[in-house]
Design a binder for this molecule. Structure first.
Ligand SMILES: C[S@@+](CC[C@H](N)C(=O)[O-])C[C@H]1O[C@@H](n2cnc3c(N)ncnc32)[C@H](O)[C@@H]1O
Length: 274
């Protein structure tokens, strides 16, 4: 099957990995078309303060990357999902920036930087998709080695707040189905989350592809999300060699599905810890 762009849908639906990836990236794109102005302001302010080219790790369907590029920031993007990269490429083409952005399919944890970046940004909670504290630590050390002295790393996390799981340490919710009228398909999305210990959430996402005849396909993805406190992330960042410049707690005004979000900014100094 040819790699589909964001708005072309692969037909007929065959439940293959590529089809599932396509519909996940399509659903993500549709659900996240809006980028809240205050969230974008974080990324823009950071990019403009340090100037130069930005690398976005875990760029997804280009929600942030496209908005930044539109506002004159040079951004390259990396995502592990080819379908997400296709979606980003389509969004960029729509605003006429197809050739000026470097898009790469790859694992952020081991990605070798193809050029120098003034800053590296990991919007939303993509860093937590690495799944374990060890993987996050290893990735931070890898980015430290790849980054230039003086360049900065910004990442967002949602972090632990005791009240989040106060009701039985378990949450279950469904998102509204997203319908693609042209394909006659809806994507449903149901999440089960359980706090294990004090710093790990086990998450199960069940997605179904539904057409007029009923459920065509349904699958479950399990993941583990490390939920460190903001200070906990600060320790990991420092252990990798970075200087932690700022940390901002979004808790009161911005939430991720009920959990507080934090924004971390770190810098690679002239010597370790400097
Ligand atoms: C919550 S989305 C965020 C996308 C985008 N940054 C935004 O704010 O809209 C997380 C993204 O991280 C990507 N991702 C997960 N693990 C990754 C990895 N190891 N390397 C690169 N990308 C990864 C997923 O494919 C997904 O597109």
């Amino acid at each position: 099957m040819a790699q589909a762009g964001w708005k072309e849908f692969p037909e007929p639906y065959d439940g293959s990995r590529q089809h599932r990836d396509f519909w996940v990236s399509w659903e993500y794109s549709v659900r996240n078309q809006e980028l809240p102005a205050d969230e974008l302001a974080w990324y823009l302010r950071h990019a403009r303060r340090y100037g130069g080219t930005v690398l976005e790790l875990g760029c997804g369907s280009g929600r942030v990357l496209t908005a930044m590029v539109k506002r004159g920031v040079i951004v390259d993007g990396v995502d592990i999902s080819q379908s997400m990269i296709n979606a980003t490429r389509s969004s960029l083409a729509e605003i006429g920036f197809s050739n000026s952005v470097g898009l790469h399919t790859g694992d952020m944890a081991t990605f070798e930087f193809p050029r120098e970046y003034a800053s590296v940004q990991i919007p939303y909670n993509s860093i937590q998709y690495l799944g374990t504290v060890e993987r996050i630590s290893d990735a931070l050390s890898h980015w430290y080695r790849e980054m230039n002295v003086g360049s900065t790393l910004l990442f967002m996390t949602y972090h632990r707040k005791e009240s989040w799981y106060s009701q039985g340490r378990r949450r279950h919710y469904k998102k509204d189905p997203v319908r693609h009228a042209g394909a006659g398909i809806s994507v449903t999305h149901e999440v089960e989350e359980c706090l294990v210990g004090t710093s790990t959430v086990h998450r199960t996402i069940t997605r179904s592809i539904v057409d007029d005849t009923g459920i065509k396909d349904s699958w479950t993805e399990e993941s583990v999300v490390p939920l460190l406190s903001a200070e906990g992330y600060g320790e990991l960042v420092r252990a990798a060699g970075f200087v932690v410049n700022t940390f901002c707690d979004y808790s009161e005004e911005r939430t991720w599905d009920g959990g507080p979000m934090a924004c971390h900014v770190a810098r690679k100094g002239t010597s370790v810890g400097a």
